[in-house]
Design a protein around this ligand. Structure first.
Ligand code: A3D
Length: 312
């Protein structure tokens, strides 16, 4: 008998982000994909469509759709996007009550059917949802992580690249803290091909760009009118999943449970992490300037107050 196997990726929520992740995971041949949703037939329909794309993509990944948690059994990774997305005029925090109920049921489904999985949360409000999922599953914190920093940093990199007139891939930048208006772009560690960003852009203009980063999700919502960003969150979450599945040990900003790092205890907040085959293998403490430390403290307070509104 040959040993298994291809990796198995469960996508909990088969909406805009879930569907985009399924396509990308199939195109990158990261493993077999199971799309789960409570809506009947829809995940099966998306999966069938993707199986028809596979021969042309040159992918051997198998994609299936389901409404039954039993089908996620044995998954290596579960990525959770189940829940409501924002509409114009809504903040991420407006989603808390509804998405908390959904997250409790999702956590139960994962705990019972994929107890060894690495779990990446995408549903908003992100910091509260990842906290709730870790509490409900009881999984070790290195196996429950939130996706926000990779996306917020990508938005920062994209705006900086436009401003400087270079490719976004040569911009190295981190956005840390909570995934909301208090997020903290870390200017002191931002470089263009290794050269400090302040060599290219004046501080006042950087202030404006950083403010745009904080509001970038809302900018997309206002344009789309019917939902929120999905290509970029899908790409960001899959970068984290790939780093885990291939033990790449990439340094990625993620919402991780802090245990004294940066002076915080027992809260999930965006920090630079190393994601490898064991999950969150390390939290990296970088030197922040006084302004960044203060901004991180404000962000941590915002996350704490959001957590207190979580249902028991
Ligand atoms: P959408 O296209 O509405 O998909 C959500 C899916 O969740 C729908 O197909 C629902 O049927 C499904 N769903 C609802 N209840 C359940 C349940 N109990 N179990 C399983 N599935 C369920 O939204 P989307 O894919 O655009 O966004 C998904 C989530 O990601 C939302 O909460 C967004 O706010 C959030 N989001 C986060 C970021 C971050 O950077 C953290 C970025 C963009 C969106």
């Amino acid at each position: 008998m040959s040993e298994q196997k291809r990796k198995k990726i469960a996508l909990i929520g088969a909406g805009n982000i879930g569907g985009s992740m399924a396509y990308l995971a199939c195109a990158k041949e990261l493993g077999d994909v199971v799309l789960f949703d409570v809506v009947e037939d829809m995940p099966q329909g998306k999966a069938l469509d993707l199986r028809h794309a596979a021969p042309v993509l040159g992918s051997s990944s198998n994609v299936t759709g389901t409404n039954d948690y039993a089908d996620i059994s044995g998954s290596d990774v579960c990525i959770v996007t189940a829940g409501l997305a924002r509409k114009p005029g809504m903040s991420r925090d407006d989603l808390l009550a509804t998405n908390a109920k959904i997250m409790k049921s999702v956590a139960q489904g994962i705990k019972e059917n994929a107890p060894e999985a690495f779990v990446i949360i995408v549903s908003n409000p992100l910091d509260a949802m990842v906290t709730l999922c870790q509490r409900e599953t009881g999984f070790p914190s290195e196996r429950v992580v939130g996706m926000a920093g990779v996306l917020d940093s990508a938005r920062y990199r994209s705006f900086l690249a436009e401003e400087v007139g270079v490719s976004p891939v040569v911009i190295d930048a981190f956005v840390l803290g909570g995934h909301g208006d208090t997020m903290v772009p870390i200017r002191s560690h931002t470089t263009v091909g290794g050269i400090p960003i302040t060599h290219f852009i004046k501080p006042e203009r950087l202030d404006e760009i950083e403010q745009r980063v904080r509001k970038a999700g809302g900018e997309v919502v206002a344009l789309l009118k019917t939902g929120s960003a999905f290509y970029s969150p899908a790409t960001a979450a899959l970068e984290m999943a790939e780093s885990f599945l291939k033990d790449q040990k990439k340094v990625l900003p993620c919402a991780a449970l802090l245990n004294g790092e940066y002076g915080y205890e027992g809260i999930y907040i965006g920090v630079p992490t190393v994601i490898g085959g064991k999950g969150v293998e390390r939290i990296i403490e970088i030197e922040l300037n006084d302004e960044e430390k203060k901004a991180l403290a404000v962000s941590a307070e915002a996350v704490k107050s959001l957590i207190t509104s979580l249902p028991e």
